[in-house]
Write a protein that binds this ligand. Sequence first.
Ligand code: PMP
Length: 422
Amino acid sequence: DSIGEAMTTPVHKNASIASALRTEPKYLHLKHVQEQLSRSGLTLPYFLVHEGASNNTTVIEGRELINFASYNYLALSGDPETSAYAKSAIDRFGTSVSASRVASGEIALHQDLERELSEFLGVPDCLLHVSGHATNVGTIGHLFDHRDIIFHDSFIHNSVIEGCKLSGAQRIAFPHNDAREANRLIDAHRGTYRHALIVLEGVYSVDGDIADLPRFIELKKRYNAFLMVDEAHSLGVLGERGRGIGEHFAVDRADVDLWMGTLSKALGSCGGYIAGDKELIGYLKYTSPAFVFSVGMPPATTAAALAALRILVRQPERVHTLHERGRLFLELAKARGLDTGISLDTAIVPVITGDSVIAVKLADALAEKGINVQPIVYPAVAKDSARLRFFIAADHTIEQIRHTVDATGEALARLRSKGVAP
Ligand code: PMP
């Protein structure tokens, strides 16, 4: 019998997932970079402990640094009003809603946030999830299947790719922000699928550029496809009032089927939303596994996002200041001859170094000068496209920006003169 057979099979006592990983290319590359750095006396500058709120400054190992490594674009995390509202929600509702909202975890704060966020976005309805990542994975994975095809930007966030994998749909990446090439690919696959979905980001976080949304809306209409836009880095950032890429291009909000966003960046909290047509959202509310089988958003994080949203509605000047600071950083960096790639007027400016080790060394040199900025290296970007990524926020001062761009230019020049950088 099968148990008898199993008893005669040799036992591999040493099998472990860790040992299986040792032949994985991504694992080997990580080890390679770590070894190279440790030979230069450096360690990967990740998982650094921040000793307080991450605003325009942050404290790491007792040192206050100018901070360009947080998505706190509008300085709404750490804002006294946001914090006070979150605390009052804990006092009233406790620290967890302790159940899925469908079952017994619903509180009025959830409904208030969904209503006010929908109004803000100019869409009929929306549904909150406990994280932005879960929103993308869960929604795409739930709505599409093997009969469908998903075209996404080649720079799309991991959560969209994981959602595509979960769905089982055919997945095709088109070259970054290239509507013409996307058109060719969709055309080439005509007749092979049930539904086609096109997925974009409002602002791409690796390069700080903006999706060519009007062209992709034309494409959606031409091929009767669905369109999804991830607004993680465009909500609170693009448009005069921070209402995102829809406001930036003044498009009809109904031309996008799925508006997705996170509460963890401009809204200073944690969680994600999917927004769109009432019937669609009503369906997801009862059927989407990531929503139905997961706890409702905690009271404090819901209240924090709601307070932040209300401040954003009341104080659009925060958005104006963010635009001015972003523009200043980009102009100064370009004037210094730094390679900012295709970054546009957003809150993200990369400084491209090419090689991974150089990116890490530049970040290290800037930390010495009192500036906190994260390098991004392979596999997050192509091997020859490593960079520092500066996240600009409305509370950065003009002086902090000038000082940082100067320090970056000088540190890179010093690395180059030592023959470290190309
Ligand atoms: N989409 C994009 C484009 C993102 O950048 C991120 C987070 N970096 C997410 C989704 C996931 O959001 P969250 O961190 O809120 O889970």
